[in-house]
Write a protein that binds this ligand. Structure first.
Ligand code: FCB
Length: 477
């Protein structure tokens, strides 16, 4: 093999990622109760192609084969999420041993193939019973989450080196309660901000709960992390009002999580800017200290930059949180969930099948920014990848040169950041295989492995083989 031009530091971790509702299926088996995504996906009109996660990739019944697939490319690490409604079906109270056993077997199967598990505790499938009591707008949900985290930590902590409390709380709060785009489908700005705070609080409480059950030393050393989908926010112009809108969105998207978690406070300006939406009374004495628990790793998911402009007075007057074709058409942009002060502008340049601009240099810039403003915390890229209109060729294989190029460019962007001093320890490609892409259903494919949703047959794409070469070489050409 020729030497790669961009070699990564020894010990750099290469992985792939998935999430429970997106791949597992088996939604009524072995005591699993309903989650908000079961309810949402079964509500007409919510999912673009009308599909659900009832079967998805049927991973629940195919763990052995899926892990064997990982072994084919010598995959060093695998990030998956635990479905809360399998483990504590009603969200609080009785633990369902069969649910825990499924994940325990998965961990053993991974370890037998020398794949290191990274466990996410919450990738959006909130037990429906908790939503019935208000979900993330209800402060109690944070306490229930900490109890659940301790249950999973105690069961798997002897074999799992790193636990992530949340995947992308931005989506849970702003898409779930702000724009209504994701489960539970509410569109209320003040509910979204309450959800942000309760997710942050749940992260802090769960981190403390995990510390009390995880081994402090040994091969499984009890690391705790959170994964944020940080935005690289650019103003649409250099006009002061657009620059100001970008700062506002940066605070709303990034600093509302980073600041309390890593600095123990909410951005003061943001609180002032949103007084017309909420009085922030959900933040109680002692909360920010509870949120700011020492953290071992910061997970970052990154796909595309965010470009915003200031909204006009007329737009503000007719502002609506919910995205719809009419709103997008009327504004020439998308209202940024959670605020009436900024509008996302359409992007100019190469796009993925999600309509996401491909701009790998913004990943380098984002990583440098995090390193500068929040120094000292090791970073792992816990998701990065792209959907394209994958069609199998005559040989039945998807020749996804576009995905390979997307991944290569973003891996190179991570390498560049490391060269500039950013402490990035790993990279997880999204996703191991095609899966249920939330509001887009089965209509968007992000996998390195193609899934035929009729036969459920898995067929590696070119990108899967290519990723195996990256792993073997510890770098890209
Ligand atoms: C992220 C999600 C992940 C997947 C990718 C495409 O926001 O964490 O589940 O849907 O986007």
């Amino acid at each position: 093999m020729t030497q790669p031009r961009l070699r990564f530091p020894d010990g750099f971790t290469w992985g792939t990622a998935t999430a429970s509702y997106q791949i597992e299926g088996a939604v009524t088996e072995d005591g699993r109760a309903r989650s908000i995504w079961d309810t949402f996906s079964h509500t007409p009109g919510r999912i673009l192609d009308g599909t659900t996660g009832d079967v998805a990739c049927d991973h629940y019944h195919r763990v052995d084969a899926d892990v064997a697939l990982m072994a084919e490319i010598g995959l060093p690490a695998y990030r998956f999420s635990v479905a809360w409604p399998r483990v504590v079906p009603t969200g609080g109270g009785a633990v369902n041993q069969a649910g825990l056993d499924f994940y325990s077997r998965l961990v053993d199967t991974l370890l037998a193939r020398e794949v290191t598990p990274l466990v996410t505790l919450y990738h959006w499938d909130l037990p429906q019973s908790l939503q019935d009591a208000g979900g993330w707008t209800n402060r109690d949900t944070a306490e229930r989450f900490a109890e659940y985290a301790a249950v999973v930590g105690a069961a798997l902590g002897d074999r799992v080196p790193t636990f992530t409390t949340f995947n992308e709380p931005w989506c849970s709060a702003y898409l779930g309660y702000g724009s209504g785009h994701h489960a539970p489908g509410e569109a209320d700005g003040s509910a979204a901000l309450a959800a942000v705070h309760h997710l942050n609080l749940a992260h802090g409480r769960a981190t403390s709960a995990l510390r009390s059950v995880l081994p402090a030393t040994g091969p499984s050393s009890g690391q705790v992390s959170i994964t944020l989908n940080l935005a690289y926010v650019q103003p649409a112009s250099e006009q002061p009002e657009d620059v100001r809108a970008a700062e506002h969105v940066d605070a709303l998207a990034n600093r509302i999580f980073l600041d309390p978690i890593l600095r123990g406070e909410y951005p003061a300006q943001l609180q002032d800017d949103l007084r017309h939406v909420t009085d922030w009374s959900f933040v109680r004495d002692g909360d920010t200290a509870a949120i700011a628990q020492p953290l071992d790793v910061l997970g970052i998911n990154y796909y595309t930059p965010t470009i915003v402009r200031a909204s006009t007075t007329a737009e503000r007057a007719t502002w609506t949180a919910r995205w719809s074709d009419e709103v997008i058409g009327a504004l020439g942009g998308v209202p940024y969930p959670g605020t009436d002060l900024a509008v996302q502008v359409p992007k100019d340049g190469p796009l993925t099948a999600m309509g996401w601009l491909i701009a790998p240099e913004t990943l380098t810039a984002l990583l440098e920014r995090v390193h500068r403003d929040y120094p000292g915390i090791p970073i792992v890229i816990t998701e990065n990848g792209a959907a394209f209109g994958d069609e199998p060729g005559a040989d039945g294989v998807v020749h996804d040169a576009d995905r390979i190029e997307y991944l290569r460019a973003h891996v190179a962007a991570v390498h560049e950041a490391i060269g500039r001093g950013v402490d990035v320890r790993g990279y997880y490609a999204w996703s191991l295989m095609d899966n249920f892409e939330w509001a887009f259903g089965l209509s968007r494919r992000f996998g390195l492995v193609h899934v035929d949703y009729d036969s459920l047959v898995r067929t590696p794409k070119d990108s899967f083989r290519w990723y195996g070469e990256v792993i073997a070489a510890n770098g890209v050409a």
